[in-house]
Design a binder for this molecule. Sequence first.
Ligand code: UGA
Length: 448
Amino acid sequence: MKITIIGTGYVGLVSGAVFADWGHNVMCLDIDKDKVDKINKGIMPIYEEGLEELVKKVSSEGRFKATTDYKSSIEHGELIFICVGTPSNQAGAANLNYVFSAAESIGKYMPNDEYKVVITKSTVPVGTHNKVREHVRIGAGNKKINFDVASNPEFLREGTSIYDANNTDRVVIGSDSEKALDILEDLYKHLDAPIVKTDLASAELIKYAANSFLATKISFINEISQICERTGADVKSVALGMGLDKRIGSRFLNAGIGYGGSCFPKDVEALYRTSSEYFYDFRLLRGVMDANERQKDYFVDKVFRKYGTNLSELTFGVLGAAFKNGTDDTRKSVAISVIRTLRGAGARIKLFDPAALENAKKELGQDNVKYSDNAEDVFKKADALFILTEWPEFANLEYPELVKDMNKKVIFDGRNLLDPIEMKDLGVEYYGVGRKDDADDTHENGVK
Ligand code: UGA
């Protein structure tokens, strides 16, 4: 099939490369010339496991090309996927300007009477399909155009997106046209995954419902971690015991400093907004967002309880800046937010992240933050070590040796990567999230 992708962010670039790998002929359109030139040279604008190799492979096989040229790329695709960003606007709702402008361009360059399916992959609020259709028509003016709209939300996770695209749990396609549904089913039918064919509104809502549910799971276990701290229970044991119930499942039950990234915070908030617009007060989601905000504050409060609120005499080693492991992405990263709070209270920071240092530099600058190119370095002379991103390699460092380099053996583990007992045995004052044997016993048995 001939496929056009508009937008070369995570979703667009990965989808384009994967479709090409499946044998389709893909053109990826972006307005950013520099980005397009780089992609065509095999230089990726984002770090994503396996992406560079895949783009190089499909480009050399002649099935993948990035371009800034609207006309040729829109003429090219029988399927045109809109994959542009939908950042939150100031009110917390999704900003759809990029989506609508892409839709208008599609209308403008769509050839007369040639059937095309315009598919939204970007996460857009329920009902957006009607506006996409309208904007394609506005772009087309008086031209006679022949198209259907469809919704095909993307469930890939940053860091594992190529694997996810080939191993998805399900494919969701929504349309009011049987023809469009059949074409899209054809695209995905080789995958070993159920295909949910549904109406447009349901397809759009599935994405928000799924992300919000996963965020709810995280906020739930984070709330449980608070009860653990107050009762002497251990959140890891509680999560294990809960997660083995197949109806619950063990994934997304890791307590920590809260969820971040470019999806969960934005999507939970946008679903809450949509609910309000339809005069429904989705209180559970309000609670999910509040719990997420509070979780980070509870973590930082442990630091303030130990040192007071003036940290200006202290140097902290920090492991992790990305919003999760496996990515260089620092957008809405709770790690960055915690670092800002610590620095704001006067602390000097020495930071390492295996992939996100460049983005961290852009977010944090040089003021009281030094960047290390290896994990070991941040222990040296540190008054405390912070683990803020769940990179698995942070669990496997040579702690017995490394803590000897510290000024004080204190660890604040915001992702519960380490074992409190092992740390205690090394003479470390260990602070986790909802762990038994945490050095902070302020809440033990409900006593403050
Ligand atoms: C999320 C969804 O998992 C994808 O299915 C979806 O396609 C994507 O959003 C999207 O909407 O595009 P992603 O944002 O890449 O994917 O990251 P996740 O792996 O879901 O993690 C989100 C946040 O939750 C991270 O900050 C992570 O550290 C945190 N998290 C995750 C926890 O705190 N605990 C957990 O148990 C799991």
